[in-house]
Design a binder for this molecule. Structure first.
Ligand code: 2P0
Length: 337
């Protein structure tokens, strides 16, 4: 009747940007990501048969509108599979700034999928959970297995993410802006597909890029993987900027971070830049170079160093109580621990 799950965000090395089906959230191409070991989302789902409708609380605030609708839509998928009509109370805590291009929807929907499946009594394996999380938000499919995740394009049954072996990497996240972004990634993705003349080239080139990235992972080739990641991210932003009306997520501070990453490379420290649908820039590097990379980026913006994070997991009672305490403290106006 109640279950709590925790999931971490992921940053794509080969990006997902475009769908072949919006109803089932099927991607136009496959993608590859690293799940982070920072910024988890923790979500509790409790069945509430006495209620008429679901209730969604995020960081102590009851949400309505699009965020609540997206939660209810995913719960509807779970209810249909479980043969239940019971409403649910969903309580979620983000430790990443919501909607700031730091992948909170990936950790959010991965945690929601696992907690909802358990609360409604669905017995899903990792593939099944990844497929379910994808219905909530495409990138959430990759946060289910965690680690380095390859999310396949394909139909509803086959479009799931699986863990693959890859060289150990660190990600140095430059948090340029914590504010909510002006255009959601969902809207920007659709606008790119509909209006960017570069969208067809993005799709064909990304399919090739993904194969090369998987090969680099197999070979443990950090240099090749890093170059692929930077090129793929800038190609995605080029396609986005060519929308009508145009969307530009990168700011002068973002560009400064890309420049600094290039200078680090010129000075012999291997780092590569990537950026999602927002101004934050992530430097991909070897773990032993992370401190040096962080020092160079910290002049421009706040930085957080992340390693490779785990897949989604259900929490036991003790951990759940800890989460409830954080919620109570928030509502009391105290700083959460
Ligand atoms: C990615 N992003 O691969 C890309 C790169 C942002 C930039 O996946 O519509 O929130 O919910 O499936 O998963 C963001 O898109 O979109 C995203 P929906 P989602 O990480």
């Amino acid at each position: 009747m109640t279950a709590t799950a925790r999931a971490h965000p992921n940053i794509a090395l080969v990006k997902y940007w475009g769908k072949s089906d919006t109803g089932f959230n099927l991607p136009a191409t496959g993608s590859l990501s690293m799940t982070l070991d920072v910024f988890p989302t923790t979500t509790t789902v409790t069945l509430a048969p006495e209620r008429d409708a679901d209730v969604f609380t995020l960081d102590g605030v009851v949400r309505t509108g699009i965020p609540a609708t997206r939660v209810t839509r995913l719960l509807d998928v779970v209810r249909a599979a479980a043969g239940s009509t019971a409403a649910a109370v969903v309580t979620s805590h983000n430790t990443v700034p919501s909607a700031a291009g730091l992948a909170s929807s990936a950790s959010g929907f991965a945690a929601l999928a696992a907690a909802a499946a358990a609360a409604y009594g669905l017995d899903l394996d990792e593939r099944g959970l990844s497929r379910l999380a994808r219905r909530g938000s495409g990138s959430a499919a990759r946060s289910v297995p965690g680690g380095f995740a390859l999310w396949h394009a394909g139909d509803d049954e086959h479009s799931v993410a699986e863990r693959i072996a890859a060289p150990e990497l660190a990600m140095v996240i430059g948090i340029v802006d914590r504010a909510e972004k002006p255009v959601s990634s969902r809207e920007a993705m659709n606008r790119t597909a509909l209006t960017s003349p570069y969208y067809p080239a993005w799709v064909t080139s990304t399919a090739e890029t993904l194969e090369a990235a998987c090969e680099a992972c197999r070979d443990g080739d950090v240099t090749r993987l890093g170059r692929i990641a930077e090129t793929n991210a800038l190609r995605m932003h080029a396609a986005i900027q060519a929308c009508d009306p145009p969307i530009r997520y990168l700011t002068p501070a973002s560009v400064e971070l890309f420049d600094r990453i290039a200078r680090l490379r010129a000075d012999g420290v291997e780092a590569y830049g990537t950026a999602d649908a927002g101004p934050n820039v992530v430097a991909v590097c070897r773990p032993h170079d992370a401190a040096a990379v962080a020092a160079v980026l910290a002049d421009v913006t706040e930085v957080v160093v992340a390693g490779v994070g785990p897949g989604v997991r259900l929490l036991d009672d003790t951990e759940r109580i800890d989460t409830e305490r954080i919620d109570t403290e928030r509502l009391d106006g105290a700083e959460p621990a």
